[in-house]
Design a protein. Structure first.
Lengths: 222, 96
């Protein structure tokens, strides 16, 4: 997964405010969508709570691969909960991760944009591949990998656009360093895509209604 | 038959992507060395002399940052959630 692990003060205040405004706009759109367009039920709210807890909990685990990386299951959130609820989940998870020292408070806005990219892309790819009649594991796995790839690209772009305060490093060195981070993250993305693929396949098998693909038997009417 | 072919197609694409990213990850790991994510960011951006403190240890678990701020933020989130629940009237379909 992609996440900007930088302390407060690395981005200038203008860019901190800019990314926070964009994050609030995304959040406002998600809330508007849930209020006016897509009605949610109690099951979805319960599921959103579970996903928030799972995402935050797994984020705290430092996985001893490639020197130490994190997961946060954003593609799984996108596929199961959808982008509207997913936006609210990643916002809460980013606040909690900032509270535990993963990235500064000022970077919550930028990290929300990065994670929202992962949620949106994973959801869109999963739905789009559904039209090609692929199996659930492949749809979720490919969606996860592409979501995380785009999330990493978003992370690089945000850092390059914002610039880093008080640093003499030239743009090529920064770009090379960020490319290495993204590449290592993508190595980890393979494991995350396996996990997401299996979780979504299992849910599809036992509770397809949770994915909004088949209505539960009990709810069918004449 | 068609379904089976599509299933194979999906797995082939998945394994292909996984192999590409695995090679990319290993090459990047070799090039950058064995580092944690914070250290990778510091090296990439040229931020030296500042590293995040491990924080206090509670029952063997290390919490990064100040645990007091964590409690304060949690309280604020609870308050915000309660206010959102009261004032933002999200259309919840309740079972009959």
């Amino acid at each position: 997964m992609a996440h900007i692990h930088l302390p407060d003060g690395t981005f200038s205040i203008q860019w901190v405010i800019t990314w926070w405004i964009i994050a609030f706009m995304i959040l406002a759109f998600c809330l508007y969508w849930l209020k006016k367009v897509k009605k949610i039920d109690n099951k979805k709210i319960t599921m959103a709570s579970m996903l928030t807890a799972a995402s935050f909990a797994i984020f705290q685990i430092n996985i001893p691969l490639f020197g130490g990386v994190h997961m946060n299951l954003t593609p799984l959130i996108g596929i199961i909960a959808g982008p509207a609820i997913g936006g609210i989940i990643v916002f809460i998870v980013n606040i909690l991760t900032a509270a535990t020292g993963h990235g500064g408070w000022g970077l919550i806005g930028a990290n929300m944009v990065v994670n929202m990219t992962e949620v949106m892309v994973a959801y869109s790819v999963y739905k789009w591949l559904g039209k090609m009649n692929l199996d659930t594991f492949s749809k979720a796995g490919i969606g996860t990998m592409l979501g995380l790839l785009l999330g990493n690209i978003a992370m690089i772009l945000i850092i390059l656009i914002s610039g880093i305060q008080g640093v003499d490093q030239d743009i090529r060195t920064i770009l090379y360093g960020l490319f290495l981070i993204a590449a290592v993250n993508m190595g980890m993305a393979i494991i995350e895509s396996f996990i997401t693929g299996y979780v979504v396949s299992y849910i599809k098998k036992v509770r397809p209604d949770m994915l909004g693909e088949v209505m539960p038997v009990g709810s069918r009417t004449k | 038959m068609d379904q089976e072919q599509n299933n194979k197609k999906g797995i082939i694409i998945f394994i292909g992507l996984a192999l590409v990213f695995l090679v990319l990850g290993l090459v990047a790991y070799k090039a950058s060395g064995d580092k944690g994510i914070e250290e990778r960011f510091s090296n990439a951006l040229g931020i030296y002399g500042e590293s995040e403190s491990a924080g206090k240890e509670i029952f063997g678990f290390k919490l990064e940052g100040d645990p007091t701020s964590y409690v304060v933020i949690l309280a604020l989130i609870l308050a915000a959630t309660a206010l959102s629940y009261i004032y933002i009237d999200i259309n919840i379909e309740r079972p009959l």
